[in-house]
Design a protein around this ligand. Structure first.
Ligand code: C2O
Ligand code: CU
Ligand code: CU
Length: 490
């Protein structure tokens, strides 16, 4: 364990493991990768497709010996994959079987604030929640997780998270790999620490600069996972579902792969690379080619750039980690391809910006020098307008900036053209230390002067500590209102 003291007012010392972690070649890949089941649904009389989500506590056999106390949705750990198509009317009946309040937030979803599942939509223990909306955004890999005020890290770490896949007419017509669990595979990547009794160890460190860095990697809740490859091309839907850790994904043999989709949808064209960094909350779809009979290992490599000095330890940016093994069969089906043209480029024009705002993230509990206050609406945006947000990481370690309700376009990074992985639709962007990002977004459709959406750092310890703010979307002539008092104490 190392210690660093930050100077200035209220000097605090922070603790974290000071040793670089290197698990390359040291993980026994002897557990088949769990594939989250697809959530079942039923049509209700109104024509909406309804999904039931039961949140509960249980135990899960993750290691030899004692089972681990976990939380899950429709199961004991993690949640089912929700899959629906653009244009569908979808509804949920969510039940909170925990003995504390929680919520379910649809990360990346464009929807009314009252359906967003943030801290204003908490369910009490034994309570339920029935959001409903029409899916109206392009095919993408989103996810869902709790968002209770001050306790999001804890709830995600206990196991509450799942994928939410949106399809649309265009994506269904593409020749991309798309058979769920066969050549279209969700990879929810998370790190955990275990204590001697096989229980998740959070060390009480959620409220710190780093939160928590686990020294074991699990994918879809499987430690040491392997996946049996039966097709030449495999699409991997990567989700960094960790509370604090940065991943720099790449294969052990540095084989190239195609990035086809970012947070909010398919890229106009694939980008070939051998490394892809994802900060907490970000997703990416990649397509990888395998040769018959081979074995390949997906790893997380030390971060490429921007992380130097002792603070690089904070997000595990120097670690080299085994993530998942792929075992190709002796004969591979070969029926899919990566087409030349896929999605549409983000069409937000900064020249139309009605408003520009700046946000500076520093420390672990404030944006622009203010901590989150559930009763304070920080600003209102006008429905139908474009805004440009300049977001700066003023620190020597990572932040990860996420905005609810919208997908944004990254205009530039320190004034330069963004790297290829930031050219598509994004709802979460890694803030490399000391860099400035300009984002453009359009607010549309859903207005409510009283009920805010969140923007925050997706390092969940930071979010929980107050690195979050609230905005409302205002209709014409509307003024910022007042946040309704919570329906129940949490
Ligand atoms: Cu993924 Cu406000 O959250
Ligand atoms: Cu979100
Ligand atoms: Cu942060």
């Amino acid at each position: 364990v190392g210690v660093i003291a930050l100077g200035g007012a209220g000097t605090v010392a922070y603790l974290w493991s000071s040793a670089k972690l290197d698990t390359a070649g040291k993980v026994d890949f002897d557990n088949p990768l769990a594939i989250p089941p697809l959530a079942e649904s039923a049509d209700d009389p109104s024509g909406a497709r309804v999904f039931h989500l039961d949140i509960k506590a249980g135990t899960t056999a993750l290691k030899d010996g004692a089972e681990t106390a976990t939380w899950g949705i429709n199961g004991n750990f993690l949640g089912p994959t929700i899959r629906a198509k653009r244009g569908e009317e979808i509804a949920f009946s969510v039940y909170n079987g925990l003995d504390e309040g929680t919520s379910i937030h649809w990360h990346g979803m464009h929807l009314p604030a009252v359906m967003d599942g943030g801290p204003h939509q908490e369910m009490e223990p034994g309570g339920d929640w029935t959001p409903q909306w029409t899916l109206n955004q392009p095919a993408a890999t989103l996810w869902y997780h709790p968002h209770p005020h001050g306790r999001t890290a804890h709830h995600v770490y206990k196991g509450l998270a799942g994928m939410f896949i949106i399809d649309d007419e265009e994506s269904e017509a593409l020749p991309l790999p798309s058979t769920y669990g066969v050549d279209d595979v969700p990879l929810i990547v998370q790190d955990r620490n275990f204590n001697g009794d096989n229980q998740f160890e959070d060390g009480g460190s959620f409220m710190s600069m780093q939160g928590i860095l686990g020294d074991e990697i699990m994918v879809n809740g499987t430690l040491g996972p392997y996946f049996d490859v039966t097709t030449r091309l495999v699409r991997l839907r990567l989700l960094n579902g960790s509370v604090s850790r940065l991943y720099n994904f790449g294969f052990g043999d540095d084989r190239p792969f195609q990035l086809i989709s970012t947070d909010g949808g398919l890229l106009p064209e694939a980008w070939e690379t051998d490394r892809l960094q994802l900060s907490p909350g970000e997703r990416a779809e990649i397509v990888v080619a395998f040769e018959p009979g081979e074995t390949a290992v997906l790893r997380s490599h030390p971060a490429a750039e921007g992380y130097t000095g002792p603070l690089a330890r904070v997000n595990g940016a120097e670690d080299l980690l085994d993530v998942c093994q792929f075992r190709a069969a002796d004969a591979l089906a070969d029926e899919t391809s990566v087409p030349e043209a896929m999605g549409a480029a983000p069409d937000v024009d900064p020249a139309e910006a009605a408003e520009e705002r700046s946000f500076s993230l520093s420390g672990f509990s404030q944006i622009n020098g203010e901590a989150m206050d559930l009763a304070r609406i920080d600003f209102g945006v006008r429905e139908g307008t474009v805004e440009v947000w300049e977001v700066t990481n003023a620190d020597g370690y990572m932040h990860s900036f996420h905005v609810h309700d919208v997908q944004f376009r990254v205009l530039d990074v320190d004034g330069a053209e963004p790297p290829p992985q930031l050219l598509g639709w994004k709802d979460t962007v890694q803030l490399v230390p000391q860099r400035k990002y300009r984002l453009a977004m359009r607010f549309a459709d859903y207005t409510d002067p009283n009920l805010p959406y969140m923007f925050h750092c997706h390092i969940l310890a930071h979010e929980d500590s107050g690195m979050m703010g609230q905005f409302v979307v205002l209709g014409e002539g509307e003024e910022i209102g007042e946040v309704p008092a919570p329906a129940h104490a949490t």
